[in-house]
Each structure stands twice: as C-alpha cells, then as structure tokens.
Design a protein around this ligand. Structure first.
Ligand SMILES: [Zn+2]
Length: 403
C-alpha cells in the first residue's frame, strides 16, 4: 500500500492537473491498495475485493457485499469520479487560499496560538502538498468502506436494526451522499450511526498504520527528515479530512445535537472523534517504540489544531454566505459539548451490544481497529448533566443533522 504516496510524484511535471489526470492518479492509488489487500488478505480466505468507478455527478462512495455470511468474502468498493475530482479541487483551493492570507492580518494572527504562522509544510512543493492531501483523503475514505466490509455492516444493520434480523441483509452501504440519506429514525438510525463510527475507527487506524509504514521507509525519507515529513503529512491529512467532512456538512454549520436521526452522524462530530484518534494513535505508537519519531503529544495536538483551523478558515471565508471566519465549524474538543456527550450515551450502549457479534463476523484486521471507549471516556459521558443547571447545560442545540 506504499504506492499512494510514493509513485505518483515523478510523472507529473506541472503544478496543476486536468480532471482526467486526477482520475488516473486515483485509479492508480486505489488500484494499488486493492491489489495489496487482495494479496495480503482476501486471497488467503478464498475471497475477492474489487474496485469500481461510477460516472454520476455524486460526491460519494459505497461498499457492497456480494457474498453471504460465512462464505468467502466477495466485496466491492465503488467510488464516483466526481468525488475524487472534488477532493482534489478542494485541496488545491485550500492551498491557494492559505497562501493568499495577507501578512499580519487578523486572520494571519490567529496562527500565533500555534507558535508560528506557517500554514503549509515547507518540506513539500506545491504539487506534493495537494497530492499528499488528496491521497490521504481518498485513502481514508477507501479504508472507511473497507471498515464497513470487514465488519459486514450490511449484516449487522439487518440483525440489530428495527427488523431484528427479519430484514434481508443490506448489500450496499452508501457514504458521503446527502441525497442518499433515507432519513432513518429510531433503532435503525442508531445502528447506522454506530456502524459509521466503527468504520471511521477502522479507517483512521488503517491510515495511521500506513502513514507510519511510509515514513519509516528509508527510500522515501531519511532519519534526519523523518519528524518534519511525518508532521507535514499529518497536517495535510487533517486538512484533507476536515475538508471532506466540511463538504459533507455543507455551507451552514450543523450544530451538535443529542438526537440520533438519519443514516450518518453529524459530519463535524465525526471529525471531532477522528482527529484525536489520529494523534492518540501516533502518540501511542511512539511510546511503544514501534516507530522512531520524536513528535510529542502536545506537538501532535498542535499540528491537528492548526490544520483544522486552516480548513475552517478556508471553508467559512470562501463557501459560506457571510464569507468570514465562523468558529462554529471549528473543532472544540469532543467532551466540551453536552449535546455530543448525550449523543454518545446510546452510541456506546449500542456498540457494547453489537461488538461481540462484530468480533465473530470480522475476518481480518488488527484488534486495534475495533472501536473502543476507555473507562474514563465512559465515566465522562455517563456523568453529563442534561437538565441545564451545570456548566454543560448551556451548549445544547436543536439543529438536526441532515447529511
Ligand atoms: Zn460509511
């Protein structure tokens, strides 16, 4: 799976790409991952993973299970050309925007909190910046679909949803398409949200693992540059992931809510959950001595925060009607909103109920890819004060997610 970052830079000599070149690049990156997963995993269990493109103008991707439970897995991931085109153009526009921020302007000064005003990693050229952000984002989405497939979420949704196993297994799990949301309610919505978060968890774990595998390859980067390149790639990853969820969210901020409705969680809540998972994973791996990098937890948190600020500035200052910085799009910390804490209570209960069955069905992958909630986290969400008298009572909102 090294191909994503490695092989693409040499051939392209311009600093911009035509749409067709974006499709070719995505095909090469995702084709390499598909081949690799087939060789390392699917072939061993007698199954097959395939990757398909669709031409409809849809910002989305989906996962399909073509096999029955207990039979060798026949899995398919489908992505829309429009999706990868938009991801590339967003990455390109973000870089242009960040370069255009006037020196010493109020916007520029927002970066002082992070110790410097450097907005794009200096170890990459213009094309590499966009390319690394693009590859990180489409790879993460691909891994999210793999997460659905490896945990057979079609089966899980049928077994644990309102129909309690009477419904036929759902064969397709759609993502990032607001138009495809069937406005699920009740138990079906809850189970769908939990499986989305579980697929995110698998994706982020896969992504961090691949990132580290990549930066420890001495053909790509030497020891003395490792920290800088790792920090740069992580920064671009958080930028890319933020842009993905901001686009999925749309031009108006969807405020956090405790209500569980629709097929997908609030995009900004998902981002709040995924970003800490990236730096926690990187920090854990450093402490365990698995990979030699010396970026400590505080720095990792700063890199993520700065990247999320960059994406938020871009999105709110160019895509919203007001065209000014709107901190409602900004990460605030998962545990800072009582609405999010309330939202997570049934999510954790439902995951506890489903995870033994998922463990049974899941055919491959590291145990670290399985979503888990620490005791501290469980205590924190269980202790949320919901009746408005405590400090957490003020921040709830009645807005509903619709993406
Ligand atoms: Zn999904």
């Amino acid at each position: 799976m090294e191909g994503g970052w490695n092989k693409v830079a040499v051939r392209i000599w311009r600093f911009w790409l035509e749409d067709i070149e974006i499709y070719e690049l995505a095909s090469r990156v995702l084709g390499d991952i598909t081949n690799d997963l087939n060789e390392t995993t699917y072939v061993k269990v007698g199954g097959e993973l395939t990757f398909h493109w669709r031409t409809e103008k849809i910002f989305g991707a989906f996962a399909s299970t073509l096999s029955e439970v207990g039979k060798p897995p026949n899995h398919r991931i489908t992505m829309h050309y429009e999706f990868v085109r938009q991801v590339w153009r967003d990455a390109e526009d973000l870089c242009k925007f960040l370069r255009s921020i006037p020196k010493d302007s109020d916007t520029d000064k927002l970066y002082d909190f992070y110790g410097d005003r450097i907005k794009l990693p200096k170890c990459f050229n213009d094309l590499e910046l966009v390319q690394n952000m693009f590859v990180a984002t489409i790879t993460w989405v691909y891994f999210h679909e793999i997460g659905h497939l490896m945990q057979e979420h079609g089966v899980i949704r049928a077994e644990f949803g309102d129909a309690h196993g009477d419904a036929a297994q759902m064969t397709d799990v759609h993502d990032f398409e607001a138009s495809n949301d069937k406005r699920l309610v009740g138990r079906d919505a809850l189970v769908s949200h939990v499986t989305e978060l579980a697929a995110d968890f698998e994706a982020t774990h896969f992504y961090v693992f691949e990132l580290l595998r990549h930066v420890t390859n001495s053909d790509y980067v030497g020891d003395e540059q490792r920290n800088e390149v790792l920090a740069g790639l992580m920064y671009l990853m958080v930028c890319g992931l933020s842009l993905l969820f901001l686009r999925f969210n749309g031009n108006l901020p969807i405020l956090p809510t405790a209500v569980i409705e629709g097929s997908h969680p609030n995009p900004l809540t998902r981002l709040e959950i995924n970003v800490p998972q990236i730096y926690e994973n990187l920090d854990l791996i450093r402490k365990l001595g698995v990979v030699n990098h010396s970026i400590d937890r505080k720095q990792l948190v700063f890199i993520s925060g700065k990247a999320a600020l960059s994406a938020t500035l871009y999105w709110s200052m160019t895509k919203t009607t007001a065209q000014k910085f709107d901190d409602r799009f900004l990460l605030k910390g998962l545990l800072s909103s009582s609405a999010v804490l309330q939202y997570l209570q049934p999510i954790v209960r439902c995951w506890d109920e489903m995870s033994p069955r998922i463990n049974e069905i899941r055919r491959f992958g590291s145990p670290l890819g399985l979503m888990n909630f620490t005791d501290l986290f469980r205590t924190r969400i269980a202790g949320v004060i919901t009746w408005g008298k405590g400090p957490e009572g003020k921040t709830s909102s009645s807005s509903l997610p619709d993406a």
